[in-house]
Ligand binder design. Sequence first.
Ligand SMILES: Nc1ncnc2c1ncn2[C@@H]1O[C@H](COP(=O)(O)OP(=O)(O)OP(=O)(O)O)[C@@H](O)[C@H]1O
Ligand SMILES: [Mg+2]
Length: 462
Amino acid sequence: MTLEKNLSLLLIDDEEVIHDSIGDFLREQGYQVTSAYSGEEGLEILKEQSVDIVITDIRMPGIDGLDVLKEIHRTSQDVEVIIMTGHGDLSSAITAIRNGAFDFFTKPVKLDELLIALQRTQKYQRLKRENEFFKQKLSQLDSFIKVDSQTKFIGKSKEIYQVLDIIKRVSPTKSTVVIYGETGTGKELAAQLIHQNSPRADQVFLAVNCSSMPENLIESELFGHERGAFTDAKRTRLGYFELAHKGTLFLDEIGDLPLSAQAKLLRTLEKKVIRRVGGEREIPVDVRIVAATNKDLEVEVAEGRFRQDLFFRLNIITIHLPPLRKRGDDILLLADYFLHKLAKDTQRKVTGISPEAKKLLRKYSFPGNIRELRNLIERAILLCQGDELTPEDFPSLADSGASPLMASKGGLPSLDLNLLEKMALEEALSIAKGNQSKAAELLGIGRDALRYRIKKHSLIVQ
Ligand SMILES: Nc1ncnc2c1ncn2[C@@H]1O[C@H](COP(=O)(O)OP(=O)(O)OP(=O)(O)O)[C@@H](O)[C@H]1O
Ligand SMILES: [Mg+2]
């Protein structure tokens, strides 16, 4: 560990020799050391000067070391105290530690041990300060993390705190933001949060999925068209850019935008004007762009599927939403949040999650992230017999030792194909957000085969 040499120390002792030995030694080590020759003098100095660590003798005439310690704790949270005791005075040392001293030494003080103790104190102090800072920031963010009256952005992990911190800083600006993250990590929710906390909150937030628009219509969808622009264009139609004028346009799955539309998008972003398909006029638009993708745009650029100039134009501020499995106890916070929300919506009297079920949730990897967790909780609420969710309510997470898919038969392990099939279906449906064609494609089976299996396992599809 490196030492912060500019640390400010206060050395309190009535013996000159201590100041000569310890004080000078610490100064030589680069510390700023102030000397006090009595408890009274020490406390006076503390009133006037900022001190990080106090090293004090216990036995002194007048105010002794234990009183100094008490007074410091009464007036300051931030100063740590190291106590020096005479040889054999263990009971005072114990009292001092009980009263909150960070460490103690018996005289004669060994200088190398003192240095180590200072390092330890410093480390503790730094962690404590960071923690305070983190808590304070979080409480400031607390009022901010509301998306709307019904939806909240849940999360207290360091990873999510960092995300919220960026969101808080970029929201008031007009800067383009790209949100990266696996499916179901909350990209759209984060985009809404940015909008809700921007000066555009009263204006429209428009979400457009770039992967679900038919390629020949994308241009017209984004920029609109004039009447007669093509055979089906019976009327003039406004595109998303015009519709989102003054608001926020959320371009979801931006990595799937075809190259032809990318060129037009770049032009619009640079010139802040659009031209409707079949139109001559340039129409000014004032739109804040937030884009999202579960692809790595740099790879897309390298492989020629995404224009580099557009990438640079968009990728000004980036937010990386971590997968749920990397958010620690946020899994349980979110599970609780969905439980209460969904139990209320469905008027079920389920009020908690059993410790065993929590363990199961904490262990699971959630490839479909928060959407999958939400679906799991929703299903569990419907299955639940009592007032608490138990492992039985999460059959797809069934935890039977080494592998959830091994069911023991006559002492021999055997693969539970039925359960395996059910889990695969649930996972595919969750990743495909209930879209059966997509789920069938993921599983490599036909739609009819998928429907048959959904029925067979009585799965709930949304
Ligand atoms: N931090 C969070 N707190 C509460 N709910 C969340 C959070 N993150 C996501 N959700 C919820 O999880 C679901 C999925 O989130 P969202 O649609 O924003 O994910 P996504 O990253 O856009 O997914 P996809 O890539 O599949 O489009 C939504 O119901 C959303 O409200
Ligand atoms: Mg999304």
